[in-house]
Write a new protein. Structure first.
Length: 276
């Protein structure tokens, strides 16, 4: 019996699956290459895994068609999705929260536990680290937290730095080169598992939708639907999900097909209409 999505007379398509470097690019590649292999095995497609240099590159490559399937931060998906011709929602990545899979996580504002800073106001005039301007939990949502408190980062902090990756924010805090930083709740959990309770949470966001899997213009709708079924059926104890847990230390729990409208609350928070 031939693999799903491939008839005897058809030439299997070749697609590129891309992810952005949330931390070390090799770890990201090793974490998601088994997913590319799993999709290949289940569909008969050739799926090549790549890790882009940053968030911006993955958006550009989805736009020009050199990337076909991508794992996007929620903010990148809602902000840039409408400008990418032919982009389709596929699925939402999930993580374990307690004993159940969840499609949400949080952004947290941190300092070291031994810092004199006990709330966000105490960071005034001090150095602060964000991850990347395209990052949901490392920049976009923290801006909302600051806005709600009447804080404009450029004038509030002594200096602000964009250090690229969530792990790099943790390292900057440990090195005391910054006094505050913004990371995902998962990054904080990983850091505490290694370092102990050396951080103080100054603020935590409302629940944020986790990353979206999206398909570009070269992927026809029948393949989008097949990919949705393949990801939906991926069990939490499968090799691709386990690879994410091992290499990225994320509490991965598979994927859910929740629809594009699942991201509407984030659109509203960012002032983006779903029709944009």
């Amino acid at each position: 019996m031939p693999p799903l999505g491939r008839g005897e007379a058809e030439v299997p398509p070749a697609y590129t699956l891309a992810a952005y470097p949330t931390n070390d690019p090799k770890k990201v590649y090793d974490a998601l290459k088994p997913l590319a292999d799993y999709i290949s095995a289940e569909t008969g497609w050739t799926v090549r895994m790549v890790v882009t240099r940053n968030y911006e590159e993955i958006i550009h490559r989805l736009t020009d068609g050199t990337v076909d399937i991508a794992m996007l931060s929620a903010a990148s998906y809602v902000r840039f999705g409408p400008s990418i011709p032919g982009l389709s929602y596929v699925a939402t990545y999930m993580e374990m929260e307690g004993t159940a899979p969840s499609p949400f996580y949080h952004s947290v504002i941190l300092c070291l536990a031994d810092s004199s800073v006990t709330d966000i106001s105490g960071l005034k005039g001090k150095n602060f680290a964000f991850t990347d301007r395209y990052s949901t939990s490392g920049y976009i949502v923290p801006l909302l937290l600051f806005r709600d408190r009447g804080i404009v980062p450029d004038s509030f902090f002594g200096k602000t730095f964009f250090v690229g990756k969530h792990d790099a924010v943790i390292e900057a805090l440990k090195a005391r080169s910054v006094e505050g930083g913004a990371v995902s709740s998962g990054t904080l959990a990983n850091a505490e598992a290694v370092e102990g309770n050396i951080f103080r949470v100054l603020a935590s966001s409302e629940p944020i939708p986790l990353d979206a899997i999206a398909a570009g213009k070269r992927v026809p709708q029948e393949h989008v639907k097949l990919l949705q079924e393949v990801l939906r059926c991926l069990p939490p104890d499968s090799a691709p999900v386990e690879a994410v847990r091992v290499h990225l230390k994320w509490p991965a729990a598979g994927f859910a097909v929740l629809g594009d409208s699942f991201y509407d609350p984030l659109r509203r928070a960012l002032g983006i209409s779903s029709g944009d």
